[in-house]
Design a protein. Sequence first.
Length: 140
Amino acid sequence: MVPKNLILPAIALGIRPIAIIVQLTRSTMLEVMSQDYVRTATAKGLSRFTVVFKHALRNALNPVITTISGWLAAILAGAYFVEIIFDYKGLGYVTINALNTLDFPVAMGAVLFTAVLFVVVNILVDILYGMLDPRVSLKD
């Protein structure tokens, strides 16, 4: 598979989620930048980079991470159709062929793999919350 052949499927799959994530990040950052602790950090003489990335962005990423984890299902479902349209032999292609030919063990394996993937992603999102947001503790 040539990497240039992945450009159109990546655009087809990712353009809408990326647009929504960028819009949400911008609006959340604008809201956070007007908070008192950001003004205090700026008044203390911290550099603009430190204020934006260490103080504001860490607090603005919570809704963005939640949105990204929520989009996983839509992206995965879209990947199944993108594989069919672009004729890639991936998990989606195998799953849809298994459903068409009534190959239930393969279909159940694909569903089980997808469910495990969702559980792992949700665990990683919870860990990421603990690393980014000082109000969230991983010890409880």
